[in-house]
Design a binder for this molecule. Structure first.
Ligand SMILES: C[S@@+](CC[C@H](N)C(=O)[O-])C[C@H]1O[C@@H](n2cnc3c(N)ncnc32)[C@H](O)[C@@H]1O
Length: 327
């Protein structure tokens, strides 16, 4: 046994700093385009040579970039997930998370108090946090939306109506309206976020099949018997059990008989023994929300049954989240 892993954990913020900084200066993108040497990369990125070399050393140390005869190449993961402009690129997310490093120093106080010491980030409508987060998180939701579409046979589903609660940048609507040209979607979110989604969906030519309701998901009217599919993605973790249950019941009423609710979130095993990402995410919600957390499979089963859903299935995704299909 050695202390290596413990040291890696203690210095974990180095990784956040190096990956976030490389993403912010588009280093992976330049390397992917064939820029190979520190000097050329420094010029292309408009950063110092000394800084470029330090970043490249860090990226090689983190096993994201390889160096061969003085030429730098992206490893397979960096090439797939850190090059700008690809639908599954996490580079904006990496840059966003670098900005969150300072806030983790508040964890001891949050643990002491049992919640955020200041106003909970997730409960502020006009918090710039959301505008930055929704576009950065979209890359995680793209593959999930594709998997859910497959499970729901969405491309062949014909004239369907979709409700996306807390839809963010409109990522589900974008993927689904593309797969099914007869589908229509309604997104509920805060007004400034809906404005982003409307712009992005219009740019893709879906503006006439996409509507938004501006408001608070705790109180907004979802309607009755109006939708075939409802989505609740990356929201359950910011809410407490009572709110999740109440929202699931309102979503059941908003769905037509036989309609389907798609929940996507970081679900933990019933004995809270795994999986690792979902378990560690609980600290983030302690810092940022009054009652959020990472909820167990049995919590979802209980809440969804109480809300009137008879059949609940869990599906793994390529992201750390699990898709829950409730009918
Ligand atoms: C983590 S993002 C998830 C975005 C998207 N559903 C996804 O999975 O990629 C949470 C979204 O919920 C919205 N949201 C959070 N609390 C809300 C509330 N009380 N009322 C309306 N929207 C809310 C945020 O503005 C943001 O768009």
């Amino acid at each position: 046994m050695t202390p290596d892993r413990i040291l890696q954990l203690i210095f974990g913020y180095w990784a956040t700093g190096i990956v976030g900084t490389a993403a912010r200066h588009s280093l992976f993108t330049h390397i992917e385009a064939g820029v190979r040497t520190p000097g050329e990369l420094a010029t292309r990125a408009g950063i110092s040579l000394r800084g470029t070399q330090a970043l490249l050393d860090g990226l090689v140390g983190l096993d994201l970039v390889e160096v061969r005869d003085g030429a730098y190449h992206n490893g397979a993961e960096a090439s797939a997930y850190l090059v700008d402009g690809r639908p599954t690129s996490l580079s904006a997310f990496a840059a966003l998370k670098l900005g969150h490093v300072g806030s983790i120093a508040g964890l001891p106080d949050a643990v002491l108090a049992g919640g955020p010491a200041t106003v909970p980030t997730v409960e502020v409508a006009d918090n710039p946090h959301w505008e930055n987060l929704v576009q950065a998180i979209a890359a995680q939701s793209v593959p999930v939306a594709a998997i859910a579409a497959e499970i729901l046979r969405l491309p062949e589903a014909g004239d369907i109506s979709i409700l996306d609660v807390g839809g963010g940048s409109g990522v589900y609507s974008g993927v689904w309206l593309d797969l099914n040209p007869r589908a229509r979607a309604v997104q509920l979110d805060w007004a400034p976020i809906n404005a982003i989604a409307r712009r992005l969906l219009a740019e893709r030519g879906f503006g006439d099949r996409f509507e938004c309701i501006d408001g608070d998901l705790h109180t907004a009217d979802f309607g009755t018997g109006r939708f075939d599919i409802a989505v609740y993605s990356h929201i359950a973790h910011q809410e407490g059990p009572e709110d999740n249950m109440a929202i699931f019941a309102r979503l059941r009423s908003a769905l037509r008989p036989g309609g389907t609710l798609v929940v996507n979130d970081y679900v933990v095993d019933d004995d809270r023994g795994g999986p690792p990402f979902a378990l560690t995410f609980a600290g983030e919600m302690l810092l940022k929300s009054r009652q959020g957390g990472t909820w167990r499979r049995s919590d979802y089963q209980e809440w969804l049954a109480k809300a009137g859903f008879d059949e609940v299935t869990f599906h793994p995704t390529p992201s750390p989240a699990t898709v829950i299909i409730a009918r």
